[in-house]
Design a protein. Sequence first.
Length: 121
Amino acid sequence: METIYEGYLVHYGSPRLFAPGDHDTILLLGDYLYAHGLVRLAAAGSVEAVADMGELISLCAQVRAEGSGDEGPAWAASVALLGQGVLKETDDPEALHARAEAAAGREAVRRALEAHRQRVR
């Protein structure tokens, strides 16, 4: 999960582990981290988790391209409910936030979303 999230931060925010210098490096490194994270999930035997992360990456790219909202709740719900297909049920941020809180607890989700907001542009 962390590898995939780091790829997201390389593309759209302030990465925690890398400092790519130019646009081409940012694009290649972010895509590599996405792919590497998905390979690691697949190696762990979780096809459902790989599908969930594919849905999440797709939804986040759409939200970012449209400038249509906050993708934080989608991250929170997908991680808290990994392998359960939460994004196939809804992409409504309020519903995703509620699902994440039910699975992981209100305080954990609050902290995660605050950290996400600080890292994402």
